[in-house]
Design a binder for this molecule. Structure first.
Ligand code: GLN
Length: 192
């Protein structure tokens, strides 16, 4: 039997409960909310949820987690940013200051504009699953540019919306809002 792994969900704001509920469906995983440095030390991997990246970024600073989290990521802790979480990971945010600044990507916030604020799609992501996966975008960012060892996993209509760089995964979309758990299984495998 595989070891149980503790996957944290950064719990300041955004779709925290939805991620925790999804983690409950996964064998070999215990999901925990993370708001403090003490709990951050205990997790084997961390999900940065969707929400408002400016707010979550500020709260990371106020609660003293920005630097400890950056260090854990640089030391190799698997991390997965969804939507706002992708923005938090990026080394470059178009027109704004970066937050954690660890991933070799440039992201554009609210990239789909107001008219297409939110939409759904389905696409095959060969690295993640044999079956096409449902994609839910909510005022989503896209990746304008990926460099270094950041590898695009999915390009939709000419824009990168999923990227992997070593221990880091970022998706513009929200798997926690669908019944599909393939991205969770992929992230669980990143933890080993
Ligand atoms: N628009 C949000 C931001 O820029 C991200 C939206 C989301 O996480 N669903 O932070």
């Amino acid at each position: 039997m595989e070891d149980n792994k503790i996957i944290g969900v950064l719990s300041f704001q955004g779709s925290v409960e939805e991620h925790l509920a999804a983690l409950e469906e996964l064998p070999g995983v215990t999901g925990v909310p993370v708001k403090t440095r003490e709990v951050l030390k205990q997790v084997d991997g961390l999900i940065l949820p969707g929400g408002e990246s400016t707010t979550i970024g500020k709260l990371l600073g106020i609660f003293g987690l920005l630097e400890p989290l950056r260090q854990r990521i640089l030391q190799g802790m698997p991390v997965w940013g969804t939507c706002a979480g992708m923005i938090l990971l990026a080394k470059d945010v178009v027109g704004e200051a970066p937050h954690l600044g660890v991933m070799d990507i440039s992201v554009r916030r609210n990239a789909y504009g107001t008219q297409l604020d939110s939409f759904q799609a389905t696409a095959p992501v060969s690295e993640i699953s044999d079956a096409p996966i449902p994609l839910v975008f909510i005022r989503a960012p896209w990746v304008e540019r990926a460099w270094g060892s950041a590898k695009p996993l999915l390009t939709l209509d000419g824009h990168i919306v999923a990227v992997r760089q070593d221990n880091m995964l970022a998706t513009s979309f929200h798997p926690e809002l669908t019944g599909d758990r393939s991205v969770y299984r992929y992230f669980r495998n990143m933890i080993g």
